[in-house]
Design a binder for this molecule. Structure first.
Ligand SMILES: [Zn+2]
Length: 249
């Protein structure tokens, strides 16, 4: 009897071990936010236009603020996005994932928005001069935003039964945001995270905005279809994010 009991216990432990391995994935990298600050109880609920069923939400949209919001800036709670990433790697939870926000224009309905603080180049040499900089994306901030993307994937899997299936830029949803979030955030955060999360990348996708230029993902220009704006055209149209701005659509 005693031997059979031990065998049963070992079998149960083995099953639990297998389950843990298959649940987390053996090679999935772990990302770290410097700290996570929850602002969801103090952010303005007037920005939450309705509550979505997370079954209909499967994309992440990446943004840049177009100016610098440090981690201790009091404006983070007014940012129109679900999450935000500060230069030091701090991540802010600003609105619930199910909240419909006017954050990403034509991409609003099925996506979760992350604002990355900084005035980053759209393409190399092209940036919005009044925003200062241009800033280089700090490694700690890139890591914080990767943590935020992995967090969204985990939450969707837990609560909606599916993970992140698309990663988009604000540029793809609005022509006035062609610099948003720019080549650094795209190449250093979006590209590796799409690979990590198993997301299929479509650089030619656009819903109201522009496809991606080769500088964002290292493709040859010949791969692109459709016409792309020049640097001057991008700057002429560009309107940066401010604390209050909202993007219906
Ligand atoms: Zn944006």
């Amino acid at each position: 009897m005693r031997t059979r009991g031990i065998v049963l216990v070992l079998a149960a432990l083995g099953a639990a071990g297998l389950w843990m391995v298959s649940d987390t994935g053996p090679s999935r990298p772990k990302h770290k936010a410097r700290r996570v600050v929850d602002l969801r109880s103090v952010s303005p609920t007037s920005k939450r236009k309705k509550t979505r069923d997370l079954a209909d939400v499967n994309a992440i949209v990446l943004h840049q603020t177009g100016g610098l919001l440090s981690a201790d800036h009091q404006g983070w709670k007014k940012v129109t996005a679900h999450l935000g990433g500060a230069p030091d790697g701090t991540v802010f939870l600003i609105h619930p994932l199910e909240a419909y926000l006017f954050a990403s224009d034509d991409l609003n309905r099925d996506s979760i928005a992350i604002e990355v603080s900084g005035n980053f180049e759209g393409e190399p040499g092209v940036y919005w001069k009044p925003g200062g900089g241009p800033h280089d994306l700090p490694a700690a901030q890139a890591e914080g935003v990767k943590w935020a993307m992995a967090y969204i994937d985990r939450e969707l899997r837990k609560r909606a039964g599916h993970g992140v299936q698309r990663v988009w830029s604000h540029r793809q949803g609005e022509k006035g945001k062609a610099l948003d979030p720019g080549w650094q955030v795209w190449s250093r955060v979006a590209m590796p995270m799409m690979k990590e999360l198993g997301v299929v990348y479509d650089p030619n996708f656009a819903r109201g905005g522009y496809p991606h230029p080769p500088s964002w993902d290292g493709r040859e220009a010949a791969v692109l279809d459709g016409s792309l704006p020049t640097g001057e055209e991008m700057l002429a149209l560009y309107v940066p994010h401010s604390d209050q701005d909202e993007h219906p659509g």
